[in-house]
Design a protein around this ligand. Structure first.
Ligand code: PHE
Length: 343
C-alpha cells in the first residue's frame, strides 16, 4: 500500500473516532465507540494496523510513527469522554450543534438548592392562604430576639452557651443591653419587627436562617432555616391555627395529613403547643406554635383586649427531610453534587 493512502486512511479513522467519542452521551455509547475503534480483536484501529505490514520497507518508520500518533489521538478522545461523562455532562457541544440563541427550551444549567426550593414552595403555599412575606435581619438585638418575646434577662434561653453573641457587644460596656447583638436563634424576631411597624390585622410569614451553637449531628446543625407564621386579628382562635397548619401540611406533603397538638411551652405564646403530623403510619413533629402571649402584644403596643393572634415556627430542613426521606441534616451542607442533583 502506498504511504499517502495509508496516512489518509489513518487520518479519516482518527476523525471518525474522535467524533464518536465526543458524541457519546452515556456509558453505553462510550463502550460501543471503544469496541468499534479500539477493540483488541476487531476494532478499526487494529484493522488499519494490519495494513502496516503491506507498507514498503522505506516507508515503514513514517507509517509506524503516524500510526502511533493516531492511536494516541483516539485514546485521548476516549479519556476526555470518560472524564466528561463522569462529570455528568452530555455530548460535547460541537458535535450536538448546540446553539444558545435558538429559541425553545432553555438548557437546565445548575439548579436551586433543595432548601431554596422548599422555601419557594412554602412561600407559594402560604401566599395562597393570604400570608405575605416579611424579612428580618440575621444579626439581631436582644430586644427582638428575647425581651419583646417575653424572654427576660435572667431567662436560661439567653445563656451564652446557647446563643451566638457577637463578641463586640460584650466588649463595649456602654452599649445598652438592647443593643447587644447576636445571630438570631429563631425567626420569631420578625413577629416583633412586623408588629412594631404595622397595626393589626397582620398576616405574615418570614423565612430564613437561624443560628444555635449545637454540635452538628444527624438532626442538628449550628445554622438552619425556619418559617415563622403570624396572624393577628379580631377573634383569632386555636381552631384557626389548626386549620392553617393542616392546610399548610396537606399542601406541602401532598397528602391528607392529620394534625395533632401536644401541650408545650414557649415564653411568647400561651397556650403553647408542639405540632405533630400523621405521616406514613407515624407522627412527625413539624412545628412549635401557640396563641400570641398578651405580654408580647403589649410589648409592641397592641391591645390584647382588642386583638388575638397565633404564631408558629417550622424547621424547614426538618420538613424537607421528612418529605424526601433524607435522614441526615448534614447532607444539605456538604455540597455533594450527587446529593444536590436529585432535587
Ligand atoms: N420560635 C420557636 C422555636 O424556635 C418556635 C415557635 C414559633 C413557637 C412561634 C411558637 C410560636 O423553637
Amino acid at each position: 500500500m502506498p504511504l499517502p493512502e495509508f496516512l489518509a486512511e489513518l487520518d479519516a479513522l482518527a476523525q471518525q473516532a474522535v467524533a464518536a467519542f465526543e458524541a457519546a452521551g452515556d456509558a453505553e455509547a462510550l463502550e460501543a465507540a471503544r469496541v468499534q475503534f479500539l477493540g483488541a480483536k476487531s476494532g478499526q484501529l487494529k484493522a488499519v494496523q494490519k495494513g502496516l505490514g503491506k507498507i514498503g520497507k522505506a516507508d515503514k518508520p513514517a507509517a509506524g510513527k503516524q500510526f502511533n500518533e493516531t492511536k494516541k489521538r483516539i485514546e485521548a478522545a476516549q479519556a476526555a469522554a470518560v472524564e466528561r461523562l463522569a462529570r455528568g455532562a452530555g455530548p460535547s457541544e460541537e458535535t450536538t450543534g448546540f446553539d444558545p440563541t435558538v429559541p425553545g427550551i432553555r438548557p437546565r444549567l445548575g439548579r436551586l438548592h433543595p432548601i431554596t426550593q422548599t422555601i419557594e414552595e412554602l412561600k407559594d403555599i402560604m401566599g395562597r392562604l393570604g400570608f405575605s412575606v416579611a424579612e428580618g435581619p440575621e444579626v439581631e438585638d436582644q430586644w427582638h430576639n428575647f425581651e419583646a418575646l417575653n424572654i427576660p434577662a435572667a431567662h436560661p434561653a439567653r445563656d451564652p452557651l446557647d446563643n451566638f453573641y457577637l463578641a463586640t457587644a460584650e466588649k463595649t460596656a456602654a452599649v445598652p443591653s438592647r443593643k447587644a447583638w447576636l445571630l438570631r436563634s429563631q425567626t420569631s424576631t420578625v413577629q416583633i419587627r412586623v408588629m412594631e411597624q404595622t397595626s393589626p390585622p397582620v398576616r405574615i410569614i418570614s423565612l430564613g436562617r437561624v443560628y444555635r451553637p449545637d454540635t452538628a449531628d444527624a438532626t442538628h446543625y449550628p445554622m438552619f432555616h425556619q418559617i415563622e407564621g403570624l396572624l393577628v386579628d379580631h377573634h383569632v382562635t386555636m381552631a384557626d391555627l389548626k386549620s392553617v397548619l393542616r392546610l399548610f401540611a396537606r399542601s406541602f406533603f401532598e397528602d391528607d395529613v392529620h394534625i395533632r397538638f401536644r401541650p408545650s411551652f414557649f415564653p411568647f405564646t400561651e397556650p403553647s403547643v408542639e405540632v405533630d403530623m400523621s405521616w406514613q403510619g407515624g407522627w412527625i413533629e413539624i412545628a412549635g406554635a401557640g396563641m400570641v402571649d398578651p405580654d408580647v402584644l403589649r410589648a409592641v403596643g397592641y391591645d390584647p383586649e382588642q386583638v388575638t393572634g397565633f404564631a408558629f415556627g417550622v424547621g424547614i430542613e426538618r420538613i424537607c427531610m421528612g418529605r424526601h426521606g433524607i435522614d441526615d441534616i448534614r447532607e444539605f451542607y456538604k455540597n455533594d453534587v450527587r446529593f444536590l442533583r436529585q432535587f
